[in-house]
Structures are given as C-alpha cells and as structure tokens.
Ligand binder design. Structure first.
Ligand SMILES: NC(=O)c1ccc[n+]([C@@H]2O[C@H](COP(=O)([O-])OP(=O)(O)OC[C@H]3O[C@@H](n4cnc5c(N)ncnc54)[C@H](O)[C@@H]3O)[C@@H](O)[C@H]2O)c1
Ligand SMILES: O=P(O)(O)OC[C@H](O)CO
Length: 356
C-alpha cells in the first residue's frame, strides 16, 4: 500500500492535496489519508492555520472557499508528517526546499519515492542544479517532477487542464505518480526528461516577469507575443546548453509552451511585474509581493537572479538578452521600458552593471 504526504500547503500545495485525496479514496493501492505538512502560522483571529484546516477542511489562507477532502490531514510537524509515507510530494516555494530537506535527512522511509512540483533551481559552483536533484542528493531518494500549465485556482475549481510528469529511469514510479494525480479534469502524461520538464517550469517564471512589464507599460498583444517567443527560445537554449540531454519535444508538452502561455496571461509573476512597471520601478518586488499576494510567493525574480548568476559565471550574458534584462530591471538597474530594448546597447549596459 502507498501512503502519501504532501510537503507544503500554499496555493498549489493545497490544490495538489485535493487532487491526490480524491484519488487515494478511490484507488485500492493507496491509503485513504493524505498528510499535508503546514508551515504553521497564526491567522489574524489568533487561531493556528493547521487547526482551522482540520476543523473546516479548507485552507482559509491560501485556498479559501475550496474543500480539500475529508481525508486530508494538516500536520505542522514535518518529521511526523512524513514518517509513515512512501510517496512524498514536494510543493513549497523553491527558496525553502534546502532547509526542509536538511530537517528530513535520515527521517524518511527507506522505500520512499519523491516528486517535485516546485518551479525553481539552485546555483552551485559547477552550474545550475535542479530542485529534484537537490532532493535526491539530500535524501537519497528517486525524484520525479510534475509541471504544467497549472494555475492552481483554476484547477481548484475543477476546470480542465494538463500536466507533465518528468522521470529519469523509473517508469513504474512515474506511472504511479500519473495514477495518483490524474482526474477527469487533470490530464497527466509522463515523459523521460526530468531536467527538461523542470527547466521549463522554472524558466517560464522569468519570462512571465517580462510579460508583466509589457502589460504594465500597456504595450499590447504583439509585443507580449514577441516577448513570449524570445523567452521560449532562451528557455530552450539555456536548458540545452546546461543539460545537453534535454529533449526539444519536452517544450511542446504542457510543461513547456502551454505553461509559458498561461503564466504570461494569468499568473502571479505577471501580475506583480505589471504593478512594478506601472509604478515605474519605484516600489520593490518584495513590497509589492507582500501587499498583493498576502503570503504567497513569487519565483520569477529569484529565478532571474539565479539564471543571471549562471550566465555571468559562464560568460553567456550576450546570448540571453531577455533573461539578462529581466534581472537588470527587477533589481532596479534598468527601467521597465528596457524590456523591449534588448539590443546591443542595452546588452553592453547589462554586462557592465553585472561586472560591477
Ligand atoms: N500557485 C500556483 O498556481 C502554482 C502552480 C504550479 C506550480 N506552482 C509552484 O509550486 C510551488 C509552491 O507554490 P504554492 O503556490 O503552493 O505556494 P504559495 O506561494 O501559495 O505559498 C507560500 C507557501 O510558503 C510557505 N512558507 C512561508 N515561509 C516558509 C518557510 N520559511 N519555510 C517553509 N514554507 C514557508 C507558506 O506557509 C505557504 O504555504 C512554487 O514553486 C510554485 O512556483 C504554483
Ligand atoms: O502564478 P505563477 O506566476 O506563480 O504561475 C503559476 C503556475 O506556475 C502556472 O503553471
């Protein structure tokens, strides 16, 4: 029997728990109960978020108005939440994963399998390292990924969408993850390309920041389409230069072009970047994120910084004008309007400020 724990309970983490819980009650090979680790916090009325989730069956802070399923049990104790599970679903903002894995090392079942729904990466001396790799290295478990055109609030309302599972060797584990996530309104397919799937989910967040700048400057649909096209090209080039095994076909799965489109149209990265450009870059992303997202986290600004680190280290800035401009704008070194001046002159500027 398989026992599932979801590590994370934000907007997408809560929807993932709902999807999974609807399947574990239905399928004999899974225990009904789904544990969901909650990063504990107090609500304005003084109650603990975990207590409220368990009382109301709703994550009132990160996914209000949606019932998770009676078999979802919120647990604020990370080690307790994973101790019986052999299927671990990682779904937190990427900046917190390393700390979580350190706390989990030596505390999980020997037969556990992992899947990461986390869009992000780390930068090491040797280059970019994907979150699934960090999980595998720190916990010694096989880790697949699930990415796709998945704005959480839409899936919470059971509107049809697709997703892609990326796996390396273990096809039977991938099939089990597909079975665990698939519903009539959530169609999941598996491809053998962990890094490709994960890089798509990660890099599109930086492109969405660029799309938000264009919206905030009211530049129109043609400009936004141009940004998305250049962004897709840079995503493919970056992925293949860093991980030559990445397959072209992966970019045409839900995790690729479809996620790029949905995020640039309706995601949180787009929304906050739009506000940043409307304010002429005078209010920081941190300030806007706190005000507009109430505890939810952006991944695109940090990802642009991480990509920039790789590009600088490797002398590749000139090959990636869009990624370079997103970083320079989001850190206040270029104005938002520079997003459509990704020409030689601005590139030189980006390179000069990077070397300061
Ligand atoms: N929301 C979406 O539509 C969506 C869809 C697909 C993928 N994702 C990805 O899923 C991942 C998780 O995003 P989300 O939307 O579930 O989260 P979120 O942005 O809605 O919420 C932030 C979460 O971080 C937690 N947190 C805050 N400080 C913490 C700390 N110090 N340590 C650990 N946790 C802490 C909060 O309790 C909360 O659960 C991200 O990588 C995101 O890109 C999100
Ligand atoms: O709201 P965003 O910008 O974090 O994007 C959400 C998802 O990644 C879309 O698939």
């Amino acid at each position: 029997m398989y026992k599932v724990t979801v590590i994370g309970s934000g907007n997408w983490g809560s929807v993932a728990a709902k999807l999974i819980a609807s399947n574990t009650v239905r399928l004999d090979s899974f225990h009904d109960e789904v544990r969901m680790w909650v990063f504990e916090e107090k609500l304005p009325n003084g109650e603990k978020l975990t207590d409220v989730i368990n009382k109301t069956n709703e994550n009132v802070k990160y996914l209000p108005g949606i019932k998770l399923g009676k078999n979802v049990v919120a647990d604020p104790d990370l080690v307790n939440a994973v101790k019986d599970a052999n299927m671990l679903v990682f779904v937190t903002p990427h900046q917190f994963v390393e700390g979580i894995c350190k706390r989990l090392a030596g505390k999980i079942r020997a037969d556990a399998e992992g899947i990461s729904l986390i869009k992000g990466m780390e930068v090491k001396k040797e280059g970019p390292s994907m979150i699934s790799n960090l999980i595998t290295k720190q916990l010694g478990i096989n880790c697949s990924v699930l990415m796709g055109a998945n704005i959480a609030n839409e899936i919470a309302m059971e509107k049809f969408s697709e997703a892609t599972v990326g796996y390396n060797q273990n096809k039977s584990a991938a099939d089990r993850w597909v079975q665990l996530f698939c519903t009539p309104y959530f169609n999941v397919t598996a491809v053998q390309d962990v890094e490709g799937v994960e890089l798509c989910g990660t890099l599109k967040n930086a492109v969405a920041i660029a799309a938000g700048f264009v919206d905030g400057l009211e530049m129109g649909n043609n400009t936004k389409a141009a940004i998305m096209r250049i962004g897709l090209k840079e995503m493919m080039t970056f992925s293949k230069m860093c991980f030559p095994s990445v397959k072209d076909s992966t970019f045409f799965e839900s995790c690729g072009v479809a996620d790029l489109i949905t995020t640039c149209m309706g995601g949180r990265n787009r929304k906050v970047a739009d506000a940043y450009a409307r304010n002429g870059g005078k209010r920081s992303f941190d300030e806007l994120e706190a005000e507009m997202l109430q505890g939810q986290k952006l991944q695109g600004v940090l990802t642009a910084k991480e990509v920039h680190e790789v590009l600088s280290n490797r002398g590749w800035l000139h090959i990636f004008p869009l990624f370079s401009a997103v970083h320079a704008i989001s850190t206040g070194r270029l104005p938002p309007s520079a997003i459509v001046k990704i020409n030689e002159e601005n590139l030189r500027h980006v390179q000069i400020v990077s070397s300061l």
